[in-house]
Design a protein around this ligand. Structure first.
Ligand SMILES: Cc1cc2nc3c(=O)[nH]c(=O)nc-3n(C[C@H](O)[C@H](O)[C@H](O)COP(=O)(O)O)c2cc1C
Length: 406
């Protein structure tokens, strides 16, 4: 699966460094080549001998290694790779990547990179949630790096929370997804895919509206991933905290009715993905003047009417007009499986991705998601992953469906 692919694996000095050994095994098993680089701190946790022996390539540690530098310089090392993976990535190394430090072989390789980078952070929960780490995380994401994990769980230090390294299998899956999605033989070339994203806004009066906290991050990540796989993307978006991805056709809308109209104007397409958080209702009469505070001290009552059901309307189209694959999202705050299954059955879509958007989940506005995936075979729980990974996983699933429809 990874035959001929060269992966530069940077191992930094965290307690989870031993898991990088399992990752090397997985990559090798899939036919990939691994060139390990260890930071000086990583050598405290795993030996270069272990990493190098398993990889079948001597692990590199020293920027000023004259023998190696004369054989393959640090710049060629990066040019030679197809992908760079940092696993585990310490808080310190994240800070170095974010700020362009290049004071050892690992950080110099990152700064000299011309390849995609997958980063799997691992650290104590307080270190992960510390403001500087979160600032650095944002910087590396803005620089185009892909973050895998961390996941929540018990830490080596006994504390509990996010900060654990994603399992080697999860990091490996991200590597596979990368090569699948970004290969020259783009699997979705020639396919037209509609993605809705963001939040609708329903006016109460000219200055107030009813909306929700959707950030648009998940829809944006899906559109970006599909685009990278060669699809032409029609991106119909409401309000969002993040800009639309590059290279997509954007239709900006405000209300659910606008979104309904834009979706039906955009059809036909091969696949339609409804990731936007659409208001089920709207105020019946959004007057043209601002609602005034009443002198009697009473709050105004607002009569609501139903908005059109966009997902259901597209799923119900006749063959020929209906996209081959209609995919919905369900945002639930309780009994996620039960409510999402009911929605799946009611809407008539082919797949449904349900996520927990309760306040404690951190899904709305956050960078990770836990998806429960429904299709006609039943449902599967995906492990917690970044929204970018959800995009890659969905992209791969769509590509294999379109190749071999059920
Ligand atoms: C026992 C031990 C465990 C550590 N585990 C982690 C860890 O999981 N994550 C982390 O960010 N730092 C961890 N550190 C701190 C890093 O080793 C330290 O910040 C170091 O400077 C990182 O260097 P590097 O980023 O160049 O590898 C640990 C330190 C010790 C002594």
């Amino acid at each position: 699966m990874l035959a001929g692919k060269k992966i530069l694996l940077i191992i930094t000095g965290g307690i989870a460094a031993f898991k990088a050994i399992d990752l090397i095994r997985l990559i090798k098993k899939a036919g990939g080549e691994v060139q390990p680089i260890l930071t000086a701190s990583a050598e405290e946790f795993v030996t270069p001998l272990t990493a190098g022996t398993l990889a079948g390539n001597a692990a590199l540690t020293d920027l000023f290694d004259l023998t190696r530098e004369s054989e393959i310089g640090h710049i060629e090392l990066v040019r030679d790779a197809d992908l760079i993976v940092v696993a585990p990535c310490t808080a310190n190394f994240m800070a170095k990547m974010a700020n362009g430090l290049a004071d050892d072989l690992a950080s110099t390789a990152i700064l000299a990179r011309d390849k995609h980078v997958i980063v799997a952070p691992a650290m104590n929960v307080k270190m992960w949630s510390a403001a500087p780490t979160q600032r650095n995380l944002k910087l590396v994401v803005d620089d185009g790096m892909q973050i895998v994990g961390p996941v929540s769980g018990e830490m080596a230090c006994g504390e509990f929370g996010p900060g654990r390294l994603a399992e080697p299998e999860t990091v490996f899956a991200a590597i596979q997804d990368y090569f699948f999605t970004f290969s020259e033989n783009l699997p979705l070339k020639g396919k037209r895919i509609l993605v809705t994203s963001g939040a609708t806004r329903e006016p109460l009066d000219p200055v107030r509206y009813l909306s929700n906290a959707s950030s648009g991050k998940q829809g944006t990540a899906i559109a970006a991933s599909l685009r990278a796989a060669g699809a032409e993307i029609e991106f119909v978006t409401g309000a969002a905290d993040v800009p639309p991805p590059n290279g997509v056709n954007v239709t900006q809308i405000t209300t659910a009715q606008d979104m309904y109209d834009a979706v039906h104007e955009t059809l036909p397409c091969d696949v339609a993905i409804f990731c936007a958080a659409v208001s089920d209702w709207r105020p019946k009469d959004a007057g043209s003047e601002k609602i005034k505070k009443k002198g009697d001290g009473k709050a105004p009552s607002v009569e609501m009417v139903l908005n059109p059901d966009i997902l259901k309307s597209v799923a119900a189209l006749e063959p020929g007009e209906r996209p081959q694959l209609v995919i919905g999202f369900a945002a639930e705050t309780e009994n996620v499986v039960k409510h999402a299954r009911a929605k799946y059955e009611r809407k008539g879509c082919d797949w449904l991705l349900a996520n927990d958007v309760s306040e404690s989940s951190g899904t709305f506005g956050g960078d990770s998601n836990v998806i429960i995936f429904f299709d006609k075979q039943g449902h599967q729980e995906w492990t917690q992953m970044s929204k970018a990974e959800v995009g890659l996983k969905l992209t791969n699933r769509i590509a294999s469906f379109l190749k071999h429809p059920d």
